[in-house]
Design a protein around this ligand. Structure first.
Ligand code: HEM
Length: 403
């Protein structure tokens, strides 16, 4: 019984912190006589300056799915699809069922559970819809990296949808509803499933851990930073081929397999040097607590920098990359044990930036030249998507481009 009490208190604490985060989250009053727990009741708004699912706190379940427009489907069909998808996303995010009798019933009884649905457009979307002239240069293909082992069938796509929720059934329900909505207009190209720690699993709000056991996400840009919007979102007054992207962002998606057997063979000391942070609490090896800034110049008694020259956190730090920064918002994945006995597991790395050439690309280029983490990773799939700004009341996502 004591465990239950602690769990419940922890859950409430975490959810309170979550909904206090920003303008996006509110509280659902979803009827019924007994209040839902905070996890189920939390509702994220569909309308707003930016689409939901970018600055929304990490949810415990995620589905990433890419679609290709069907042969013969063009701009008209794409516009109708995004209109249908927007209506469904809005209803489900508010905890309602999908329209009509077609609802599968999978999410009945559950609240909105922080569901977010985020829509993106890939490079090829613009050719299929005759809109190549309005394709932003930001969608130019990412450069190839030496550590890439990319599977084209699980990469890119005309359309991309990111689903996140704090309940597995709510997330799957959204996935099925959106796939049904696609109807004859678009077909699934690839789909990936991810997860994060459940709300309430820790006694107080804490940064997530990844499957290597590291505290991951500490030095992300914060919405309260003065340059946050500039780094993550396309400016409201964007012009030229980017005008319809005002308030939008670019998502880089990478399925990064972790070579966990190799990683787990390293001593704790070596693991910590690979990142430059302590595993137990994420504090920099240069001292302090998790949120203490890295002291990249601090020397150890051996005459070497305490945070090694090839440490992942050193090489990826904005100060080392001309200010290049991105918002990392990943899900872990585990797709079973491969035939060779190794886990098919790792990170569905999703990062957000106003321009990939000032975010992901320069940082990955540097990491690829040989940070200490790279030998334990394999990039297996990749996508780059333009994620339009949030829809105003009465608007659907992408309307400013498509109508
Ligand atoms: C920081 C892990 C891939 C960019 C970190 C940290 C960890 C970590 C543990 C330190 C804590 C933090 O600040 O979040 C991983 C793992 C990866 C991965 C396990 C792959 C599976 C990448 C990739 C990029 C990247 C592909 C970008 C190209 C960054 C950045 C930081 C960071 C920008 C913050 C650096 C700072 O400002 O201190 N990563 N990372 N990471 N990582 Fe990664």
């Amino acid at each position: 019984a004591a465990g239950l009490v602690i769990g419940a208190a922890g859950g409430a604490g975490i959810s309170a912190a979550v909904s206090g985060d920003g303008s996006e989250t509110g509280k659902a009053g979803s009827g019924g006589s007994t209040a839902l727990s905070t996890v189920g009741a939390t509702e994220v708004m569909f309308h707003g300056k930016h689409q939901a699912g970018i600055t929304t706190p990490l949810q415990s379940r995620g589905h990433l799915v890419a679609f290709d427009l069907a042969p013969g489907a063009g701009r008209k069909e794409a516009a109708a699809l995004l209109r249908r998808w927007s209506a469904t996303a809005k209803a489900l995010m508010a905890g309602r069922t999908a329209s009509g009798a077609a609802d599968t019933g999978i999410a009945l009884d559950a609240g909105p559970s922080s569901l977010t649905v985020t829509f993106g457009l890939g490079r090829t979307f613009f050719d299929r819809t005759g809109l190549a002239a309005r394709r932003p240069g930001q969608l130019d293909p990412l450069p190839a990296f030496s550590s890439d082992a990319l599977d084209p069938k699980r990469s890119e796509g005309d359309l991309w949808v990111q689903i996140g929720a704090d309940d597995a059934l709510v997330a799957f329900h959204a996935l099925r509803a959106l796939q049904k909505d696609a109807g004859e207009a678009a077909r699934v190209r690839w789909q990936m499933n991810g997860f994060n720690r459940s709300a309430g699993a820790t006694a107080r709000p804490m940064t997530a851990r990844n499957l290597m056991g590291q505290v991951d996400g500490t030095n992300n840009p914060k919405p309260a930073d003065p340059d946050f919007d500039k780094r993550i979102f396309v400016p409201q007054g964007a012009t030229g081929a980017q005008d319809w992207m005002a308030g939008g962002s670019y998502a880089v998606v990478r399925r990064i397999r972790m070579l966990l057997d190799d990683w787990e063979r390293l001593s704790l000391d070596k693991q910590e040097k690979v990142i430059g942070r302590r595993k137990s609490d994420g504090a920099p090896l240069s001292g302090g607590t998790e949120t203490t800034p890295l002291d990249l110049n601090k020397m150890g008694p051996d005459g070497k920098t305490v945070i090694p020259d090839n440490a992942h956190a050193r090489i990826s730090a904005p100060e080392q990359n001309g200010g290049a920064a991105m918002l990392r918002r990943p899900f872990s994945f585990h797709d079973g044990i491969a035939a060779d006995g190794t886990p098919d597991a790792g990170l569905l790395f999703v990062c957000w930036q106003a321009d990939p050439l000032r975010g992901f690309v320069p940082v990955q280029r540097k990491l690829d030249r040989g940070d200490a983490l790279s030998p334990f990773l394999r990039h297996e799939a990749s996508g780059l998507f333009a994620v339009p700004g949030g829809p105003a009341e009465g608007e659907y996502v992408g309307q400013r481009l498509l109508e």
